[in-house]
Design a protein around this ligand. Structure first.
Ligand code: KG4
Ligand code: ZN
Length: 356
C-alpha cells in the first residue's frame, strides 16, 4: 500500500510518502515546514497559520515529490500513490481546512482513495515509524495490546487505553491547560520565546530541579485527569515576587528545571498508576512533549523499576512534534481495516476526540 499524507492541523505544513509491502516499510519520505512567523506573536495565530499553509503546502508537496520520484513532478508522484490521507481533526479549523481541501482535490484529480486521519491517532502511530520501537510489530501488532498511551502535546494531555487496533477509550484528560501549554506559558513568563517547551528543556538540563517546589496538581487524585493551570498561576506569582532575579541566568535555569520536574512528576505518576490498573502490556508516549528528555527518561526509569514486564515505546525525537509521517502510518492501519472516506463529503472536524 502506498500512501501520501498531509498534515496542517496547527502550525506545521507537512507531507509524507509511505509504502508498506508485506508488513514492512519499503519506501518512506517526509517533509515538515514549521511556521516561524508565530514566534513574534508569542503563540499561533489561526488566521495567519491558515494563510501560511496555503502558500507553503504546495512547496512541501513539491519537495516531497523530489524525494520520492527525483523531481518536482506531482503527476509522477500521483502515479505512485494508492491512498491520499490527511489530518481531519482535531486542530485549528482554518488550518485543517487547507490540508483537507488539498487532499480532497488530489484524490479527486488522481482518482485515489481518501482517508481522514485523527491527529492524536497519528501521534500514537509515530511509535510504528521506521526506527521507532514498535516498527517490527507493523505486520502483526496484536501482542502489544492492551496498550496505554500518554498523549502530551500543545493542545492535548490525555491517557488513552488501546484495547486493540483502533479501539481507543479515554481514561482521563486535562481539565484546563495541556502539558505543552504549561511549558509554553511558563516559558512566556520568563521571556523564553515560543514555543517554550524546547527552551525550558534545554535550560532545565543545566538547572537544579529541586530548587523550587512548584505544585504538582492532582498528583494524588485517584482519577486519570490532569490540571496544569494552577501550576502556571503559581509560577506567575513566584516570578512576580522574584522579578529581579530573572536577570540571573542560573535562576532562570533553576526555575525551568523545577517547572519541568513538576510537570513530569504528575505525568509519570498518573501514567504508571494507569498502566498498573489497566494491566497494560505496552506504554506508548506520544505528542510534542514526548520530545522532552526528562519526561522520556523519568517515565522509562519508573516503568523499569515498577513494571519491568511492560514494554515502553517512545517515538524518535523527529516524530514527536507534528509531522505527516505519523499521519501516513495511522492511515496505513485505517486502510488495512478497509475504512475509507468519501471525498465529496469529507470535512475538517476541529473537535474530533478519540475514545470518548
Ligand atoms: O504535538 P505538537 O507538535 O503540536 C500539537 O499537536 O499541539 O506539540 C507541540 C508542543 C508545544 O507546546 C511545545 O512547547 C511542546 O510540544 N514541546 C516540548 C518539547 N518540544 C516540544 N515540551 C517540552 N519539552 C520539549 N523538548
Ligand atoms: Zn500534535
Amino acid at each position: 500500500m502506498r500512501i501520501l499524507a498531509i498534515e496542517t492541523s496547527c502550525d506545521e505544513s507537512a507531507a509524507a510518502y509511505l509504502e508498506v509491502k508485506e508488513g514492512k516499510v519499503a519506501n518512506f519520505a517526509h517533509v515538515v515546514a514549521t511556521q516561524a512567523i508565530h514566534a513574534k506573536y508569542g503563540g499561533v495565530v489561526p488566521e495567519v497559520a491558515a494563510r501560511e499553509h496555503s502558500t507553503t503546502l504546495p512547496l512541501v508537496l513539491a519537495e516531497l515529490a523530489k524525494n520520492v520520484v527525483g523531481k518536482e513532478d506531482g503527476a509522477a508522484l500521483g502515479k505512485k500513490v494508492d491512498v491520499v490521507a490527511v489530518t481531519r481533526g482535531p486542530g485549528l479549523v482554518t488550518s485543517l481546512k487547507v490540508g483537507v481541501d488539498t487532499a480532497r482535490a488530489l484524490a479527486a484529480a488522481w482518482n485515489k482513495k481518501l482517508i481522514g486521519v485523527n491527529h492524536i491517532d497519528g501521534h500514537v502511530r509515530a511509535a510504528w515509524l521506521p526506527g521507532a520501537p514498535l516498527e517490527e510489530t507493523l505486520k502483526n501488532s496484536r501482542g502489544i495490546f492492551p496498550a496505554l498511551v500518554l498523549v502530551v502535546s500543545g493542545g492535548h494531555t490525555e491517557l488513552l487505553l488501546m484495547r486493540d487496533e483502533a479501539q481507543y477509550s479515554l481514561l482521563g484528560a486535562t481539565r484546563d491547560d495541556a502539558a505543552g501549554e504549561a511549558f509554553d506559558k511558563a516559558a512566556k513568563l520568563m521571556d523564553l520565546g515560543y514555543p517554550g517547551g524546547p527552551a525550558i528543556s534545554r535550560l532545565a538540563g543545566e538547572g537544579d530541579a529541586s530548587k523550587y517546589a512548584f505544585p504538582r496538581p492532582m498528583i494524588d487524585d485517584q482519577n486519570f485527569d490532569f490540571s496544569f493551570s494552577g501550576l502556571k498561576t503559581a509560577v506567575r506569582y513566584f516570578l512576580q515576587r522574584e522579578r529581579e532575579q530573572l536577570r540571573d541566568s542560573q535562576f532562570v535555569r533553576d526555575v525551568a528545571a523545577s517547572v519541568e520536574q513538576a510537570i513530569v512528576d504528575v505525568l509519570v505518576a498518573k501514567t504508571v498508576r494507569a498502566a498498573k490498573q489497566t494491566h497494560a502490556k505496552t506504554v506508548i508516549l506520544a505528542g510534542g512533549v514526548a520530545a522532552n528528555p526528562k519526561l522520556r527518561r523519568t517515565l522509562g526509569d519508573a516503568l523499569t523499576q515498577q513494571l519491568p514486564n511492560v514494554r515502553y515505546a517512545e517515538p524518535p525525537f523527529t516524530y514527536c512534534t507534528d509531522n505527516a509521517a505519523m499521519i501516513a502510518m495511522a492511515a496505513y492501519f485505517t486502510a488495512k481495516r478497509g475504512k475509507f472516506d468519501e471525498g465529496k463529503k469529507m470535512e475538517a472536524d476541529p473537535h474530533w476526540e478519540l475514545g470518548r
